[in-house]
Design a protein around this ligand. Structure first.
Ligand SMILES: *[C@@H]1O[C@H](CO)[C@@H](O)[C@H](O)[C@H]1NC(C)=O
Ligand SMILES: *[C@@H]1O[C@H](CO)[C@@H](O)[C@H](O)[C@H]1NC(C)=O
Ligand SMILES: *[C@@H]1O[C@H](CO)[C@@H](O)[C@H](O)[C@H]1NC(C)=O
Ligand SMILES: *[C@@H]1O[C@H](CO)[C@@H](O)[C@H](O)[C@H]1NC(C)=O
Length: 505
């Protein structure tokens, strides 16, 4: 089997920066929001204090929002999908609402108003834009993706727990918001699962301060079923409540209406559950399964082994682990130092921008690839020369980067978003017209080297669906795929490094 089978898109050098000013697609940009939010909170506090001093009425929302954020906002790293959701919801909806209240061209903008507006401009400049509704939608999509891939417990999730991690819980209103998004994304299965899980928790009294009662939520769920022509389910959901609340007129109106509709449903149309969306093809199914865990049989695993690999340097043997036999995938251990990792992360941080994929329509930021990329060459950063030479020694391939007829591309540093990922793809380009400029004339990609530059909260494996191979994240493990059979004649190696592989994918 060839190493590189499936694919449709690949990554490419990024020439235009700040075209995709999205925040959700990298942990670095999400964390930047988190670090700037305290500034907004203190500006809001200053505004309220100043208004109160002048004995002006302060909007109720502002006061209540300050109270709720003062305790929760901190400068933490955002690597948890629940935190990412809360953070983006505040930036996209709540902060926007504060600005709409305080800053309006028609109102009387006195000192405190102007100060608040100034803080907004300063923060906007620092973060290079403002999160948009699309960021929030993407944070919700990430929750659905992670739930689909990693199948965490939804009951616990609603209370802020995911695997062994715990953070701020969702409110029932948040869960209804997420369920509505699922319906907007045409995923009724997810919508109903979130709502019914919430109903379960409400009935158990797990949200004691909820404004949403089990009856209200039951009516919401019944209406959702009815919208999808499943009135039999609507009746079933409301049955219990109607017995418990004989005086609830709206509830009984709903119930009677659904009963009438249910009576006219024929047996054939009587669908009572939404199907979970299954992977469209075997490759996607294997990709998802591999992200969850290994698919190799004990027999296949027993044929893999570790050894010390000799190099051209008679004193240098590399600790090597075989991860797949055919084609060969190697893990090389103890190659890159903490200092080198720190250096790569430091210099790339300022250069990260939305990763793009090459399509026939050109380079685009795509939902197939949720990350930010920086490109680094060892011509610009001499500190990287040693690493380049080490890779040459280990692989026996030419690794020097040149501006023309190069044997390699630049180092590519990736920072994934929460729930970020890169969908299955092949690295070779095959179409010569889209080779990176510096590699024109030197042939196609024949190998990829990857380094994990950080550990992750959960998930993050690199998987090869067609050969059922999974490489979990382990800091300081390097992985190299040498696809010799195809293009062995030109010794070109693509060097890739990935940093902060997005937790959860
Ligand atoms: C708020 O600040 C921005 C940027 O400094 C400015 O363009 C805008 O006019 C200000 N708004 C008001 C209502 O003063
Ligand atoms: C629809 O299916 C449910 C469950 O299978 C059943 O209880 C109900 O009687 C059916 N209703 C009709 C109208 O066929
Ligand atoms: C997909 O997998 C199933 C079972 O694993 C198999 O029967 C089927 O032939 C496969 N389909 C393709 C197109 O390979
Ligand atoms: C990276 O940057 C941090 C903070 O600026 C600094 O403390 C650290 O020494 C740098 N690390 C390397 C390896 O350059």
């Amino acid at each position: 089997m060839k190493a590189n089978l499936v694919f449709f898109l690949f990554l490419f050098n990024l020439e235009i920066r700040h075209v995709f000013t999205d925040f959700y697609s990298s942990i670095a940009t999400l964390t930047q929001l988190s670090q700037n939010e305290l500034k907004l909170v203190s500006a809001l506090r200053r505004f309220i204090v100043a208004q109160e001093k002048q004995e002006e009425d302060v909007d109720k929302f502002l006061k209540q929002f300050l109270r709720s954020t003062e305790g929760t906002v901190s400068e933490k790293v955002i690597d948890n999908p629940i935190d990412a959701f809360h953070l983006l919801r505040r930036w996209v909806e709540d902060w926007q609402k504060c600005f709409d209240i305080v800053i309006c061209p028609d109102c009387d903008m006195n000192g405190p108003h102007i100060d608040f507006n100034l803080t907004r401009s300063i923060v906007e400049k620092r973060i290079g834009g403002w999160p948009q509704k699309t960021d929030l939608d993407a944070a919700v999509s990430a929750i659905f993706r992670l739930w689909n891939f990693y199948q965490f417990d939804l009951h616990k999730f609603l209370h802020g727990k995911i695997f062994e991690f715990e953070t701020a819980p969702f409110t029932p209103a948040d869960v209804i918001y997420i369920a509505n998004k699922a319906e907007e994304f045409n995923n009724m299965y997810n919508s109903i699962q979130f709502l019914e899980t919430l109903l379960d928790e409400l009935k158990k009294g797990k949200f004691p301060n909820s404004h949403v009662t089990p009856t209200t939520l039951s009516r919401i769920i019944a209406a959702a079923y009815n919208r999808y022509d499943m009135p039999v389910k609507s009746v079933e959901i409301l049955k219990e409540c109607t017995k418990a609340e004989p005086g609830n007129k709206r509830l009984h109106n709903d119930y009677d209406y659904f009963k009438t509709r249910a009576a006219s449903i024929s047996k054939l149309e009587n669908v009572t559950a939404f199907d979970k969306a299954e992977a469209e093809d075997n490759m996607t199914r294997d990709y998802e399964n591999l992200c969850r865990g290994s698919l190799k049989s004990p027999k296949e695993l027993s044929r893999l082994f570790c050894y010390y690999k000799a190099t051209d340097d008679p004193f240098y043997f590399v600790k090597t682990e075989l991860a797949n036999l055919q084609p060969r995938i190697f893990l090389f251990h103890d190659i890159i130092s903490d200092d080198e990792i720190g250096f790569l992360r430091n210099i790339s941080e300022k250069q990260l921008s939305r990763s793009t994929t090459m399509t026939k329509q050109g380079m685009i930021g795509s939902e197939d690839r949720i990350s930010h990329t920086a490109w680094l060459s060892d011509l610009d950063f001499l500190e990287l020369k040693k690493l380049t030479l080490r890779i040459k020694l280990i692989t026996g391939l030419e690794t020097e980067f040149e501006t023309r007829y190069s044997n390699t591309e630049q180092y590519q540093i990736l920072n994934y978003g929460v729930g970020g990922m890169y969908k299955p793809h092949v690295d070779p380009l095959s179409d010569r017209s889209i080779f990176p400029g510096e590699c024109r004339g030197s042939g196609d990609r024949i190998a990829t080297i990857m380094f994990y530059l950080s550990h992750v909260m959960y998930g993050g494996a690199t998987v090869f669906p067609n050969i059922k191979t999974r490489i979990p994240v382990q800091k300081i493990i390097e992985l190299s795929v040498l696809c010799r059979e195809k293009r062995a004649q030109n010794s070109k190696i693509l060097i890739r490094l990935s940093f902060s592989v997005g937790p959860f994918t």
